[in-house]
Design a protein around this ligand. Structure first.
Ligand SMILES: [Ca+2]
Length: 236
């Protein structure tokens, strides 16, 4: 019995170490943009840098340029994920990019306050197509206003939320070219300056990141369940 008890403890310790190693070795997938080291895994087109936003009281990712600016991160083979972030268009537009191969091939979700326009669009081999989705015109998003966005990209659907409410009709991804079946994620604008912060990427096969919201609670719960299961099955 004593030997069994020690074996069980050993199993628990091994599982705990395995979980911690997996969490710590993962690519950074939560970005609060508080330091420049967080940009090391990003591919940046245009001028992207970390700046202090006084209205928010936090460091944020700033992107700007004369034409299109694009910042991508993640694995080109990712398919499904949920993207959560905060954004504030400093001159006008903000956009998220997903199922992205590179700055010339991605799907975008755009908010343009000056046009009161919300839409999904695609860029394939450098060519834009803005007629792939419904358009929204009554969201009321303002320039230099921080808002919370969430994009759920799952299977053949993409759904966008603004401050917890669905923005426009979901996008049918199965009607788009097969080029958009998988890809990276990030942000982009055209000739505009925009701020982004607290970017969280979650999904199947996407590792967790130290410091991301909710992680410590989740880890504690997993370990508690594991330990309870070991005790139950071994009667210790
Ligand atoms: Ca921040």
């Amino acid at each position: 019995m004593i030997k069994s008890k020690y074996n069980c403890k050993l199993v628990f310790i091994c599982i705990s170490i395995f979980l911690l190693i997996n969490i710590r070795s993962g690519l950074s997938l939560y970005f609060d943009f508080e330091d420049n080291a967080q940009l090391k895994d990003w591919d940046l087109q245009g001028t992207w840098k970390i700046v202090k936003d006084d209205t928010k009281g936090s460091n944020v990712l700033s992107g700007e340029g004369a034409n299109e600016v694009c910042a991508l991160v993640g694995d080109i083979n990712w398919t499904d994920y949920t993207l959560e972030f905060e954004a504030s268009g400093q001159t006008d537009e903000i956009s998220a990019a997903f199922r992205a191969k590179d700055p010339d091939n991605y799907i975008g979700f755009m908010i343009a306050p000056s046009l009161n326009l919300t839409e999904f669009f695609q860029k394939l081999n450098g060519q834009f197509n803005e007629n792939i989705s419904a358009k929204g015109d009554s969201l009321g998003v303002k320039i230099q206003q921080w808002n919370k966005y969430k994009l759920i990209v799952q299977g053949n659907k993409a759904i966008a939320y603004l401050n917890g409410k669905e923005t426009i009709k979901e996008l049918d991804l199965d009607k788009l070219p097969k080029d958009f079946e998988k890809g990276r994620v990030g942000f982009r604008q055209w000739s505009d300056k925009a701020y982004y912060d607290n970017f969280l990427i979650t999904g199947p096969g996407i590792p967790r990141t130290p410091g991301e919201p909710g992680l410590s609670v989740d880890l504690k719960r997993i370990l508690t369940i594991t330990w309870a299961s070991i005790k139950r099955n071994s009667n210790i």
